[in-house]
Write a protein that binds this ligand. Structure first.
Ligand code: MN
Length: 217
């Protein structure tokens, strides 16, 4: 009897699965341990940031995509096409995947020769670039992201974007994103956003950033 019940349930699950409600955007695991970036970012911060905030954006995205014509599209296409809550959650999911991927407990500390030359041309030096991004992060009112981005010609610029804002909407390729939402630093740094951003540089993997520059569109 129990067996029949199980089989019935199983068959019902298989036959009523709606493609639009299937999980399409799996949570990307961190490419390092939760505690690997400590003391810059604690294990507690990373567990909340990855498992609650980032995964939460993906879960909400799944809900919003039910019966949406954008269901099944690549995440980046949704970011480019959506607005409102759908944009916010898709962009936040996409932004966080870039953010986590560019950090490393064993970071390559220098940009590629190609990117280094562009940084020198457009900012004067790597230090000057970091100072400008620190300043942009400190000056961004409320929640948002500070991005280093490249255009097709390889020109570099810094964008300070509110909320889920992303330079791909302007046709620029994001190379490095600094998350200045309070959830990114409040457990470890409380209100000291500038300290959190200054500390982040020691775990930025310039090899990942350089690869993004080499593959820009
Ligand atoms: Mn975040």
């Amino acid at each position: 009897m129990l067996m029949i019940l199980f089989i019935t349930l199983f068959v019902r699950m298989m036959t009523t699965a709606d493609p639009a409600t299937d999980v399409r955007y799996a949570v990307r695991e961190l490419p390092y341990g939760y505690g690997a970036l400590a003391p810059v970012l604690s294990e507690e911060t990373m567990r909340f940031h990855h498992d609650k905030h980032y995964a939460g954006y993906l879960a909400r995205l799944e809900e919003l995509l039910i019966d949406s014509p954008l269901a099944g599209q690549p995440l980046e296409d949704i970011v480019l096409a959506a607005d409102g809550a759908l944009f916010n959650n898709a962009a936040q999911a996409w932004n966080h995947e870039l953010y986590f991927e560019q950090l490393s407990p064993q970071p390559v500390r220098a940009p590629s020769a190609e990117l280094a030359a562009a940084i020198e041309r457009d900012f004067g030096s790597l230090d000057a670039l970091c100072t400008q991004m620190n300043r942009a992060a400190a000056g961004l009112f409320g929640s948002g992201w500070v991005w280093l981005a490249a255009d097709r010609e390889g020109r570099l610029a810094i964008f300070a974007e509110a909320n889920a804002g992303n330079p791909i909407l302007r046709g620029w390729t994001p190379l490095l994103g600094i998350d200045v939402w309070e959830h990114a630093y409040y457990i470890d740094y409380r209100n000291r956003r500038a300290d959190a951003v200054a500390a982040l540089w020691s775990v930025v993997d310039w090899q990942t950033v350089s690869h993004r520059y080499a593959r820009r569109r």
